[in-house]
Design a protein around this ligand. Structure first.
Ligand SMILES: Cc1ncc(COP(=O)(O)O)c(C=O)c1O
Length: 224
């Protein structure tokens, strides 16, 4: 048995869960990432700086494993809590949230539910993150994949989407240029040109502000 761990933030049951709070300003947000006091974090590719909340959660997980061996029940409780908090954060219902290892796996889960028989066209963009792009490309030959230019506007999406389109994939942010894409306008165009098609933006679009379904987000690669 090990002594209970007191994490630096939150509670032992829900590390990082701090309940209702005022919006953080930039300085307060940066303070959640202790490493940024010493270093400039430039490795944005799939590995963000660790937050104090992440460290606390990992410390608790190791303590649980040391004390209980295989504490699956506790793990399940943590996952349920993460789902509840994330649903509240993005304005979704808990049963709309699936927790998967990363956004790329989420994209694969989306692809695996699609029937490319009737609507075999996937419209993506050269601004798509490569690991997401490869999920779409792996659907060939059952699906065909078209790419609009990285800086394409809504009109170019409209020209590429037709009634054979089953999926439109749009990143909220171009990972190379840091430019935000007009996701909501593209979704509107997709819905008009291909009623019923899925549009899968990746990144932070609060579910209540978006008509996108499904939507994948990742927490491993960005400071948040
Ligand atoms: C814009 C964008 N989409 C998707 C991904 C892939 O996310 P994950 O590593 O969670 O699969 C990344 C990763 O950095 C990204 O920057």
């Amino acid at each position: 048995m090990t002594a209970p761990v007191t994490p630096p933030t939150g509670t032992r049951e829900h590390p990082g869960a701090r309940g209702p709070r005022a919006p953080l300003d930039a300085a307060a947000f940066r303070a959640r990432f202790p490493v940024l006091r010493e270093q400039v974090h430039l490795a944005g590719c799939s590995l963000g700086p660790r937050s104090a909340d992440l460290d606390a959660a990992l410390t608790c997980m190791l303590a649980d494993m040391a004390a209980h061996g295989a504490p699956w029940q506790r793990f399940e409780e943590r996952i349920a809590e993460a789902r509840r908090l994330f649903a509240a954060f993005v304005g979704a219902r808990e049963d709309q949230i699936a927790i998967v290892p990363d956004a790329s796996t989420g994209a694969f889960q989306v692809a695996s539910t699609m029937d490319w028989g009737a609507r075999r066209r996937i419209v993506s963009t050269m601004a798509e993150f490569p690991s997401i792009s490869h999920v779409w490309l792996a659907q060939r030959p059952e699906a065909e994949v078209g790419h609009v230019a990285a800086d394409a506007g809504v009109d170019e999406y409209a020209a590429s989407i037709d009634r054979t389109t089953g999926l439109v994939s749009v990143p909220l942010v171009d990972y190379r240029a840091g430019r935000r894409l007009p996701v909501e306008d593209i979704v509107a165009v997709a819905r008009a040109a291909a009623p019923g098609c899925s549009s899968t933006p990746t990144r932070q679009v609060p579910a209540d502000r978006s008509t996108c379904r499904p939507w994948t987000a990742t927490s491993s690669s960005w400071a948040r």
